[in-house]
Structures are given as C-alpha cells and as structure tokens.
Design a protein around this ligand. Structure first.
Ligand SMILES: Nc1ncnc2c1ncn2[C@@H]1O[C@H](COP(=O)(O)OP(=O)(O)OP(=O)(O)O)[C@@H](O)[C@H]1O
Ligand SMILES: [Mg+2]
Length: 532
C-alpha cells in the first residue's frame, strides 16, 4: 500500500491514497481496474480517472514469483514533485536461483532462514560498494548504484558488487548449494523523495531501467552477471565480458544487446581501460610536458626526482603522464605503474599488489604453482632474496609450496620487512635501467601504500628514479618542500585550447556558443564525455 500511496503522490493524486487503501488495491490488481471501478471507489473527477488509467497503462509489471511486484514506469505526464530529479542510475536486480524448488523441498522455517541469510548477504555486499537496497521482493532484490549517493564509478561498483555477490551467495551455508542470477542496467531515471522511515525507508526511482535490469536477470544463467550495453559503455575495458548478442526481452520493444561480466580485467588502470581504442591528439600542456621531460633527464643522472601532479577530476593528469610514456617509448627504462582505486582505499598495499601481479603476468586461471613460477621469474630480474620473495609471495596471497624459507615474524616486523623488500627491489631495478614510477590517484591510496611511497621518496634522492604522483585537490601530500620534489598543478586549458579540443571531439558538427562557453569552464572529462 505504501507503494501505491507513493505512486499516487507522484501523479499528483495523493488525495486518493486512502480510497485505494480502504479498497485493498495494490499493484497486483492495478492493471485490472476499469473506469467504473475507479468511479465506484469514489473518484468523481473524470479527468483524474483518465489520468489514472493512462498511468496504469504505463506500468510495466515484472513477472516474478510471489509476491508479484511492479516496477513503476515513467508516467505520461511530468512528475509534480518539486524534488523529482533526473539522474543516471545503475540498477542491479539479484535473484536466488531455484527458490520455488527450495520452497517445495524445505520446511518453511528452514526456507525463511535461507531467505534471510541471502537477503543479508546481498545487503552487506552491495553496501560495501555504497549501493542502496531499494526493495526486497521475496527472493529478488532491487539495488541502486548512483542514488541516493552518486559516484563517478557507479557502473563499475555495481558490476564488482555483482561478481562478489555470486561468490558470497555460493559460500552461504545451506543444505543445498545456492546460486544467484544478476541483471544490471544503466539509464536515466526520475528519482523521488525518501519515503517511510527506519528499515522501511525507500527511495523510489521511476523509469525503464529497473525493469530492464530484472529482464536481464531473467536471461542470466545461474551465477552469471548480465549487463546491458549502456552499462558496458561506462566500463571501458575494466572487465572481461562475454557477448551474449541481441536479445528480445519481454516488455522491451527494441532488441537488447547483453553481455555477461566474467571478471575484473588486468587493464593497466582506469585511464587505459577507458581509452583502449586510442587517445585524441594532445592539446596544449607543452610547458608541463617539458617540465616532466626535464625532471626525467635529471633523474637519469642519479638525482632522483618526484613530481606531485595535482588537479581536479578530468583536468588531464593521466593524459599528461601518457605523454611522457609516449615520449620515452624508445628509451631504455623500467616502468612501474601503481593505480589506486576508490573501492580499495582500505585495502593494504592494493596498488603495489596490482603492479606486481601485472608485471608478473598472473592470469586468473593460473594454478598456484604457475603463479609462484611467474613471480619467481619477475623477482629474478631484481635478484630478490628467497626471504624477500617469501614476503612478496605472501603479499600476493600465494601459498608457500616449500620453495621459500618459512618466515617467522611478528605482524609488525613482517610488515616492515615487506616494505624493506619493496624498496630493495626498486634499488636493484635502478641499477639496470632508470626507473619511471607513476603512482596514480593517490587521493584513493590506502595508508600502507602511502607509507611505502613515503619511504621510497626518501630513498630515491640518490637513485635513477622519476616518481610522478597524481592526485585530486582533496589529497594533501606530506612530501612538499623537499628539494627533489616539484609540485605541478594542472589548471584549466585556455579558451583557445578548449575550443580546439571541442573541435577535435565533435569534428565539424555545430556546437552552440553557450555550450562551448560552459565546457571551457568545466573539467576536461566533461568536455570529452560528449564522445561517449
Ligand atoms: N590536454 C589534453 N589534450 C587532449 N585530451 C585531453 C587533454 N587533457 C585531458 N584530455 C582528455 O580528457 C579526459 C580526462 O583526462 P584525464 O583522464 O587525463 O583526467 P584526470 O585529471 O586524470 O582525471 P581523474 O582525476 O579522473 O583521474 C581524457 O579523455 C583525456 O584524454
Ligand atoms: Mg587520472
């Protein structure tokens, strides 16, 4: 009934909520109502009856088991809510496989326990990614990413949460193995006000996206995460996907291209993942590029250098580091690239583990032994001792198969020895070639990695190393003021350069002056998002 009241409110007809409630009208029977029925329950206004019938015709029912649920489709008339707002939201629909069969086999008490463990598991998993459980519908759960809290990486969060959820549900203790099916879709929705309070609190979204997510869930195989094309476009190459082709989905007029998300990819970083098909030409930034090249020349002579490269999101920090990588392509040097991630700011050593895994070439289907062999091959390049190799293998969660000595240290000592092993490895690498280290997105660093880079910064004064740290203004680097540290803040491009970038992005299409003006005062990412 709460949903009906909310739906009526969005139509601007909340005065009839009481009548709907008194007559036990819920979403399951809304579609059966006729004009006479509406008149009978006391809606005298013909205009209001017509408005209601039109809105009912726009409702898209998601046919699931019990209880029947309805996802509200956009009403034909504009929402009267002052607070109604258009937003891009990624919606996840998760469903427990075979719940009807479970219900037939189990006694109700056991089934209730399983359902509540499953719902708790969904809630905990999505909350880690700041997803919002909008509604439980029996064994289905509807989750929003991007509303009420929005993040720049909501689509990525949804897919990571989906992949993790499949594993978490399978690990739940139950007499029969449990499996999930997950559908994820991204689209524009109209968001409404917060309704209810406490556990019953709901935030409604109105649009086709929830329905699409539910339909995609319907075509997923057990333990599969299926996404739509608009979600895929936001993910770049961040995940390995399987193309499921174009599918006809019930209630959706156009065939829908669907993809199964298999796992996170080993893409070098966010920037690379989003620019897999290449970069547009560099606009401006000559002085900044030259500064980086000068610092590199100095670093090569053994006077280690650090550049702290800061600027707002989308201003071009990663693009500038890409320039340096391009310019050094033919020079002998070693690259060590570290990427922080907003979802792993609490995960110790996260960017360092990622660098080692990529450098060693670890693949998801490698056996533990193959992984250790690859790590050994990598560490041989830096003549890492067996003791240090043991610590680094442990850092990558690789079980010691007896090839390394056992390390018997207290946790604090173990941590310090791991830090030392990383610095020693860096030192050793600089003896062979100058090293270019790029520590991307330090505003998302975990504290332990920050400590590693702090220690590295002290050591590199006399090493052939250029370390570039990129970060947004919210990060306050503790290293400013040292002689070998240069702070470089990227400002917005000049109007002429912004114009050149717009031309480069839109080709010879006409762009109104007002948009040109708005874009030149906005970060670069906004300008470039036109391309998508
Ligand atoms: N000078 C430039 N010339 C051409 N393209 C640019 C330039 N600066 C930025 N871009 C483009 O703008 C987009 C955003 O830039 P980039 O990813 O480098 O920003 P960023 O500062 O690293 O942002 P974030 O803080 O999100 O990491 C990219 O598509 C990039 O290729
Ligand atoms: Mg960047």
């Amino acid at each position: 009934m709460q949903q009906i009241a909310e739906w009526l409110e969005m139509l601007g007809l909340s005065e009839y909520a009481q009548r709907f409630a008194e007559n036990d009208i819920d979403f399951t029977i809304l579609g059966d109502l006729t004009d006479q029925d509406l008149e009978k329950i006391g809606i005298a206004s013909l205009g209001h009856r017509r408005k209601l019938l039109r809105a009912i015709a726009n409702l898209e029912t998601v046919e699931k088991g019990t209880p029947a649920v309805a996802v509200i489709a956009a009403p034909a008339s504009p929402l009267p809510h002052d607070s109604a707002d258009r937003r891009q939201v990624t919606v996840m629909f998760s469903d427990l496989v075979g719940s009807t069969a479970l219900a037939a086999r189990m006694d109700p008490e056991d089934l209730r326990e399983i359902m509540s463990a499953y719902q708790k598991c969904v809630a905990e998993t999505v909350q880690r990614y700041d997803g919002f459980v909008a509604r439980y519908m029996g064994d289905g759960v509807l989750v929003h990413f991007g509303y009420p809290s929005a993040h720049e990486d909501d689509a990525e969060r949804a897919v990571r949460a989906g992949l993790e959820l499949v594993i978490a549900v399978a690990a739940l203790k139950s007499r029969a193995p449990l499996q999930t099916r997950i559908g994820i879709a991204t689209g524009l929705v109209v968001v409404g006000e917060l309704i209810g309070s406490g556990d019953a609190q709901e935030r409604t979204i109105v649009g086709k996206t929830p329905n699409l997510a539910a339909r995609l869930q319907g075509i997923a195989k057990p333990n599969m995460v299926v996404i739509c094309d608009s979600t895929r476009r936001l993910l770049g190459n961040l995940f390995e996907l399987e193309d499921l082709g174009s599918r006809d989905l019930k209630g959706i007029t156009e065939p829908t291209r669907a993809w199964a998300a298999l796992r996170a990819s080993s893409a070098e970083g966010r920037f690379e993942a989003m620019h897999a098909i290449g970069l547009t030409a560099l606009i401006g930034r000559q002085e900044e590029s030259e500064l980086l090249l000068r610092r590199w020349s100095k670093a090569k002579t053994g006077e280690g250098q650090v550049v702290l490269l800061s600027g707002e999101a989308g201003i071009g920090k990663s693009r500038l580091t890409a320039v340096l990588l391009e310019r050094l392509a033919t020079e002998p040097h070693t690259r060590l690239r570290y990427f922080c991630s907003p979802q792993h700011a609490d995960s110790a050593f996260y960017p360092i583990i990622g660098q080692l895994e990529r450098a060693a070439g670890l693949a998801h289907d490698d056996s533990p032994q193959a992984r250790l062999d690859k790590l050994d091959a990598l560490l041989a390049q830096s003549s890492t001792s067996p003791q240090d190799a043991a610590l680094l293998a442990e850092l990558l969660s690789l079980p010691n198969d007896g090839r390394y000595p056992a390390i018997d240290l207290a946790p604090q000592q173990r941590r310090q020895r791991t830090l030392d092993a990383l610095i020693l490895r860096l030192q050793s690498l600089t003896r062979q070639n100058p090293v270019l280290m790029i520590f991307e997105d330090a505003h998302w660093t975990d504290p332990t990695s920050l400590e590693v880079f702090g220690q590295a910064m002290n050591r590199i004064v006399t090493l052939r190393v250029l370390l570039i740290v990129t970060f947004r203004p919210e990060f306050d680097p503790p290293w400013i003021g040292r002689p070998h540290v240069t702070a470089l803040t990227l400002n917005r491009l000049a109007e002429r350069e912004a114009d050149a970038m717009i031309d480069c992005v839109v080709g010879n299409k006409f762009v109104p002056a007002s948009i040109r003006q708005a874009s030149s005062s906005a970060p670069t990412a906004f300008r470039c998002s036109w391309r998508r």
